[in-house]
Design a protein around this ligand. Structure first.
Ligand code: HQG
Length: 191
């Protein structure tokens, strides 16, 4: 696949994340209560917005996606984002016991607020955590600035009755992580 081709798919993926997680109204469509968009309406809407788009490209965005961000329903008439929403939808997340440690990467500038408030979901429906350190570092590196990585003591949280959910693309999600369960494991310059 050429770089240009890869960039086109990546840019469409970003646009679909906007539509299917945050602002379906951008292309004049709606999501149902479970976050599903009608595939035909989505394709027509994206085309109306001026982008070249069709079912083949949509299939490629879904299949080639590095994080498997999107899923079709069984008969491929509907599509939704697997996680990351700010729009209030129920994507039927599975409640699950996580590994003993999960990770969260962010910017150092957030650390004093996190020290007092813990990890908050901010504009999304959940706080996003990862099962591996590498992913947390990548998440932190999405934004400019010194990064900081937290370890979350999930075993202690489970003992206190906290519920964890996992999306179908393996992102760990929770409502809130209070500061007492957080441990800073790395602070370093990234730019
Ligand atoms: C921070 C991407 C100050 C939090 C990624 C984060 C992820 C606080 C930011 C997914 C805070 C919210 C989500 C507090 C949390 N005070 N700042 N008390 N509590 N924050 O984008 O986790 O590629 O909503 O640390 O890979 O960065 O789009 O969350 O920095 O999985 O699929 O507030 O988005 O996935 O930012 O990223 P975000 P996130 P995709």
């Amino acid at each position: 696949m050429s770089i240009k081709d890869q960039n086109k798919i990546r840019s469409l993926s970003k646009f679909l994340s906007l539509i299917l997680r945050h602002k379906p109204e951008t292309i004049g469509i709606t999501l149902d209560n479970h976050g599903w968009a009608n595939v035909d309406e989505l394709i027509e809407g994206v085309k109306r917005s001026g982008k070249q788009f069709d079912l083949d490209l949509l299939n490629r965005v879904v299949v080639e996606n590095d994080k498997q961000r999107f899923s079709f329903n069984d008969d491929k008439t509907k599509i939704r984002a697997n996680q990351g929403h700010s729009k209030s939808v129920d994507v039927e997340l599975e409640e699950k016991i996580p590994p003993k440690i999960l990770y969260h990467g962010t910017q150092e500038k957030n650390s004093s607020s996190i020290a007092t408030q813990g990890l908050l979901k901010m504009n999304r429906l959940y706080v996003h955590l990862s099962g591996d350190l590498e992913t947390a570092v990548k998440v932190a590196d999405r934004r400019v600035g010194e990064k900081i990585i937290y370890e979350i003591d999930t075993a202690a949280m489970i003992k206190e009755g906290y519920k964890f959910f996992q999306s179908v693309n393996n992102v760990w999600l929770i409502d809130h992580v209070p500061p007492k369960f957080l441990k800073i494991i790395s602070t370093q310059k990234n730019r």
